[in-house]
Design a protein around this ligand. Structure first.
Ligand SMILES: Nc1ncnc2c1ncn2[C@@H]1O[C@H](COP(=O)(O)OP(=O)(O)O)[C@@H](O)[C@H]1O
Ligand SMILES: [Mg+2]
Length: 289
């Protein structure tokens, strides 16, 4: 089976997929977002010398930064390929939804799943009230961010307003969320279709638990509620391969923090001693057969 992977050849994840593909009879081809080429009227979609329709599946990985028009064009080109029958994991719509913390959290919440109280706006004059409504202890996140970058915790109204006046000048949308005490740890669930792998993450000298910020991790045994919560959150953004971040309070309440539709699996493979790349390829084969 020929599978396109939207990731550079020299990345750990592409190499890990190649290793796993040897026993799975899959032929993996690295394709670049930046070389996408869409034709009209034949609706052909290529990337460099590859016709995307020659693949039986396309695995989307994190998209490199680009201008608004570049990002929209890439999503549109993948959508055209998907419309013509290319199996995309994840679908361009899911990728687009999950990078947007407002759109994804509102969809998760509307699916009936618990999320921390959140307010999103674009003018510093709305920040003070939002800060008060959220209990005066808030986490501010970049609306398109990942890996814990740019997250700050603020518990002074004056500071929140000043911070926003600063980032408003950069054209930022303002995303504020109630700080919830998760005891310095959170849960990362990797969802592959209906099955889940999980680890508990603990921040080191930091309230953020991201592995990229040095967080430590240990295996976590899934329970039925956690499985249902993680799978439902992934489905709410339309992703069938997803990293779901979940916080849990001391009294056992769980909140979805975000769903990542292009999750990494390096750390979770090590921590659980599981071949994630193999499971992912097997899942793709089942889906397209
Ligand atoms: N509302 C919150 N209250 C307490 N901690 C939070 C909250 N939101 C995020 N965190 C912490 O910050 C980390 C990063 O937040 P997340 O929403 O997953 O953004 P990112 O996309 O940057 O990973 C989480 O894994 C969690 O440890
Ligand atoms: Mg996260």
């Amino acid at each position: 089976m020929k599978i396109g992977v939207l990731a550079p050849e020299n990345t750990w994840h592409f190499r890990d997929l190649c290793r796993a593909s040897e026993n799975e009879r899959c032929d993996l081809v690295s394709v670049a977002y930046s070389r996408l080429l869409g034709g009209i009227p034949h609706s052909d979609v290529r990337s460099a010398d590859q016709d995307l329709m020659s693949f039986e599946a396309l695995l989307t990985r994190a998209m490199p930064a680009g201008s608004l028009e570049q990002v929209i064009f890439r999503m549109d080109a993948l959508w055209v390929a998907q419309q013509q029958g290319l199996f995309c994991i994840n679908s361009p719509k899911a990728v687009e939804t999950s990078v947007d913390k407002y759109l994804s959290l509102v969809r998760i919440s509307r699916a009936g799943l618990p999320v921390p109280d959140t307010l999103v706006c674009e003018n510093h004059r709305d920040v003070g009230d939002a800060f008060d409504r959220l209990g005066s202890d808030v986490v501010i996140k970049p609306i398109f961010g990942s890996e814990g970058r740019g997250l700050i915790r603020i518990n002074e109204r004056e500071l929140a307003e000043r911070y926003y006046r600063f980032i408003e000048g950069m054209g930022s949308v303002l995303y504020l969320q109630r700080f919830v005490d998760f005891g310095g740890e959170d849960i990362r669930v990797l969802v592959i279709g209906e099955s889940c792998l999980a680890m508990r993450r603990r921040g080191v000298r930091d309230w953020r638990n991201n592995i990229s910020l040095g967080g430590e991790a240990e295996p976590l045994v899934m329970d039925d509620d956690l499985t249902a919560l993680a799978v439902s959150a992934a489905q709410a953004v339309g992703a069938e391969f997803a990293g779901v971040d979940i916080g849990q309070t001391a009294d056992g309440r769980r909140y979805i923090l975000e769903v990542n539709a292009a999750p990494g699996w390096r750390r979770i493979s090590q921590v659980l001693q599981v071949d994630v790349a193999k499971q992912l390829l097997q899942h793709i084969k089942r889906r397209v057969s």
